[in-house]
Each structure stands twice: as C-alpha cells, then as structure tokens.
Design a protein around this ligand. Structure first.
Ligand code: CA
Length: 234
C-alpha cells in the first residue's frame, strides 16, 4: 500500500487532496496541525512513503514538521504545499530536506503527477537496491556510494543523504569529471515534468555541498560550471 501523511489546516484543500489521492490508490492519514502530523507519524512508526506538508499551520509550521521527519527518516519523500507568492518558502523547504514543492492553488492532474513521480522515485530506488547485487558500489577517491543500501560514506564514515541527494551523487559518480547540464540533472533525477525548474537542482547541490564539502563555499568536489551546470571532481 502506498501510504501518505498529509497535513493541511484548510478543510477544503484537505478534502480535495484526500479525494484525489484515494482515487489514485493512496492510503491517506490526515492531520490538521503539525503537532497532529508528528503524533500520527509516531503512531504509525514512520511507515509512510510520502509526506505532504502545508507550510502555514496554526501551531508549529510545515518547515518544523519537515525537519523533524527528515531527522528521523532519510527515505520518506516530502512535498511542501506552498503559497504562490512565497518564493522564500520553496527554497527554505528544500534546504530543510523536502524533495519538492507544489504551489497553491493547484489542479488535480498537476498535483497527482508530482506525487506519483515522487512515489515512483521513492519505491524504485528501494527496488533497484535489491537487484543491484553484483555492481553495488561506486567509488571516487575516499567516497563510496553503496547502490544497494543507498548510502554514501567518506573515509568509512556515513554521510546522511536523502534519496534525491543520493540520485544526484549516483549521476555524478557515473560521470566523473564530466560537466553535467543542470537540466539534464533535473530530468535524470526528477523526471520530465520538472523541465526548466533548475532552481531545484541548485538548492539540492547547495545542500549536498554542506554535507560533503570541507568548505561548502569553496567546493573541491561538486564544481560549478558557469552557464552550464555542475561536475564531480574526485
Ligand atoms: Ca495553511
């Protein structure tokens, strides 16, 4: 079963989202506040594929919920539901560990396309891990990317990655020293529906640099290629 945790305080939006998700075969756990969402998350022992988090909530906000979920769970897919005018919210959510955002108001087809795409990525990466027994490691210098466990280690020490960050690293490790176009990274990791939303790539690269670079503002591994994108250097 595909399980979703939803937090949204506006009843009309919540109902709209729930109806559409159930029609598409998701099991939905609804919360009206961030506190409720965290309680349900704990009650269900974190067994969710995706969390949909409204940002503006009466008590703790969606960012706080996002940070708490991500602290507990690297694998869950997180989508923020943001207001159109709040440009800052989009980037902030991604920096706190969200994988995507959907801008309100949204229609059912756009909404379901984003949720389905994220669900496919969450579930296919765990399926791949089971198949990939023979070639289960990619190495680059002191970094080892384990494709089966979906982990990155540096000098044997675990680096915590979300699965989106993992997919970006996998793309880098498969193309060492090659300048990769931002749109190619976007389509490779997020899929066709994200064409031209390159800011998502930049934010995730920023997050990755904070995790793997000794000095994130002067990166030695994930190098910016001006006017094009990024490349991985050992
Ligand atoms: Ca709200």
């Amino acid at each position: 079963m595909k399980r979703i945790l939803l937090v949204e305080d506006e009843a009309s939006i919540r109902e709209f989202v729930v109806i559409n998700l159930i029609r598409s075969g998701y099991e939905v756990f609804e919360a009206q506040s961030g506190e409720d969402a965290l309680r349900i998350y704990k009650e269900q022992k974190g067994q969710f594929d995706i969390a949909l988090l409204d940002v503006m909530l009466p008590g703790i906000d969606g960012f706080t919920v996002c940070r708490e979920l991500r602290k507990d769970n690297d694998k869950i897919g997180i989508i923020m539901l943001t207001a159109k005018s709040q440009e800052y919210d989009k980037v902030n959510g991604l920096l706190l560990g969200a994988d995507d955002y959907i801008t309100k108001p949204f229609g059912p087809s756009e909404f379901l396309a984003r949720v389905d795409a994220l669900y496919r990525r969450v579930s296919s990466s765990s399926a791949n891990n089971e198949k990939n027994i023979n070639k289960d490691e990619l190495r680059s210098g002191d970094y080892v990317l384990n494709l089966r466990n979906r982990t990155l280690t540096f000098k044997g020490k675990l680096v915590e990655l979300t699965y989106v960050e993992f997919l970006i690293m996998e793309y880098f490790f498969n193309n060492p020293g090659v300048a990769l176009n931002r749109n190619d990274i976007l389509v490779k990791v997020w899929g066709d529906a994200y064409f031209n939303e390159e800011k998502i790539v930049d934010v995730n690269v920023r997050r990755l640099r904070m995790k793997i670079e000794e000095n994130p503002s002067s990166p030695k591994h994930i190098i910016t290629v001006w006017g094009l994108g990024y490349k991985w250097e050992e």
